[in-house]
Design a protein around this ligand. Sequence first.
Ligand SMILES: Nc1nc2c(ncn2[C@@H]2O[C@H](COP(=O)(O)OP(=O)(O)OP(=O)(O)O)[C@@H](O)[C@H]2O)c(=O)[nH]1
Ligand SMILES: [Mg+2]
Length: 202
Amino acid sequence: MKECLVVGKVGTGKTLFVLNFASYLGFSQVNITIEYPDGRIKTKHYSIDTARQQLVGVDLHTTKSLQSIVIDIPAVKGVRRCLITDSSGLIDHIHQDINIRQAIAQTLSAIRQADLIIHIVDSSQVGIHDAPSALGEVDYQVAQFAQMRGGYVILANKMDIPGAERGLSKLSLELPGHKIIPISALHKQGFKEVKAFVRHHL
Ligand SMILES: Nc1nc2c(ncn2[C@@H]2O[C@H](COP(=O)(O)OP(=O)(O)OP(=O)(O)O)[C@@H](O)[C@H]2O)c(=O)[nH]1
Ligand SMILES: [Mg+2]
């Protein structure tokens, strides 16, 4: 099965995107397969509502493992089944907590194996240089790596927040030549375009 990996800096909305995208595709219940950095794997059943409450966080580094859901994207004939995988948020510095460092290392190694990379950026923070989720070195590194291998899209998230439009313009200037789709993971906006992109690239 093809795998679509969701990456990005901490707190940019990766987990909320994955859950709300599954909900947009018609799922109200999901099985989430959790792969820990130490290799343990387990599957948990959630309603999307409960998953949202438990897995989306206001603190940074909420997600510390790879968390995959099987989704069906409507295609010309029937559906195209794929895995969408949420990952631990990236940061520009080296974290003091070894568990977080291992979680980040796990994300980075998953990037090499994914068929499609969905890179989430918080548009409301682009240009705010001290913010942990503002565009920084690691975003450039991911974009550069992904550009070489193809199958890559940037989702400019949190477009519902005032100031996000300005962030989006800045983002297009800073990462030219990439496909950027503005979205609000919270309000499920821009999802039609994301669905079309995923369908086309898987
Ligand atoms: N206003 C707004 N808030 C959002 C949006 N997407 C995510 N958030 C909020 O941003 C915060 C972080 O969301 P998460 O989905 O946990 O972010 P994450 O990227 O998975 O974070 P880590 O797992 O820590 O890397 C939560 O408070 C979300 O409710 C959006 O589109 N609009
Ligand atoms: Mg998360």
